[in-house]
Design a protein around this ligand. Sequence first.
Ligand code: GAF
Length: 388
Amino acid sequence: MKWLDVVAEEDLADGAAALFRDAFGGEPDGVWIAPGRVNLIGEHIDYAGGLVLPFALPYATAVAVRRREDTVMRAVSTHTDESWTGELAEIGPGAPAGWSAYVAGVAWALQEHGIGGVDVAVHSSVPVGSGLSSSAALECSFALALSELFDLQLDRNVLIEASIRAENEIAGASTGGMDQNIAMSAQPGHALLLDCLDGSTRQIPLDLDASGTRLLVIDTNAPHRLVDGQYGARRKSLDTAYAELGVTTLRGLDLEQTVSRLVDDTLVSRVRHVISEIGRVEQAAELLDRGAAGSELGELMTASHRSLRDDYEVSSPELDSAVDAALRAGAHGARMTGGGFGGSAIALVPSDIVEAVVVEIDSSAARAGLPQPTFLRAEPAGSAHRFF
Ligand code: GAF
């Protein structure tokens, strides 16, 4: 069984600072850290004005950053030999491409607030391409770094918006904003109920121990891609549904009445997912308010997965295998988490059967000839901050 160890913040920061010295010489001005996330429930509805319930993971990204006297930006990472050097003024949609779009994009989005050139070195324990929000962890750690280094005095909401613009406009991933919100707003021991219609948030205690449960994160090691056409296609299908229904959001609409007004079967399925998923998040939040993170929450998670698999069609054989195996082995519930099409699943598991569930997921993947999954620990962690 493959487990991914949590890396202590000090070691993450050391890794970023060591790379900084190697690549650029001298010391960084500081190191900033932001977390990856899982979403407990409320999937593919942030861009539809829905409710989502993510929490931050103890896996995170560190950026070591130093101001420059000019308008050049240089970016390096321990994850790849691919580095980037460019002028701030050269940054725009599609330029640069690849991983550096996420940092360059943040600099681009904050330029109007008065930033100059920087050198940045990245080191992360969030697995890349696993649907655990490595991109938002990178954007948000760097956005906070720029804000503090250039004394921009910006509210976190402005940094969230800048991070979203970096991802949407420069990296070309039309994502919805949940990931940047949780990276900037997470509190240890809590999930964040985020209302994507009005932007309001509520911290909800997530005490898994008190419910005798553990949340297992299963990285299927099947890479997920948000910049290919499928994610954008789901967003477009909702736009078509809004136009046919004459609405700007599906929030608050009655499921049966709404789908009866649609002709196209695919649109019916997409809309059914969105409206039913919003209802499941409301129920999940009520359960957590009562401190009940057990079997009822698990049932909602499994229903969410079925809806994502059958109605929204964003699951994959690897995700379905992990979810089915977890349920067979006695998990209270399981679902894909994040954008889907590969990536990660989560399972809510009675504490005393974690090992049995892990074994069943692992051996099911092997029997089906799928990649061996990696298991991660999921205690709700805190938000982006300066390490030194
Ligand atoms: C990705 C996106 F970045 C989020 O905005 C969200 O839409 C999620 O997929 C699906 O819920 O993580």
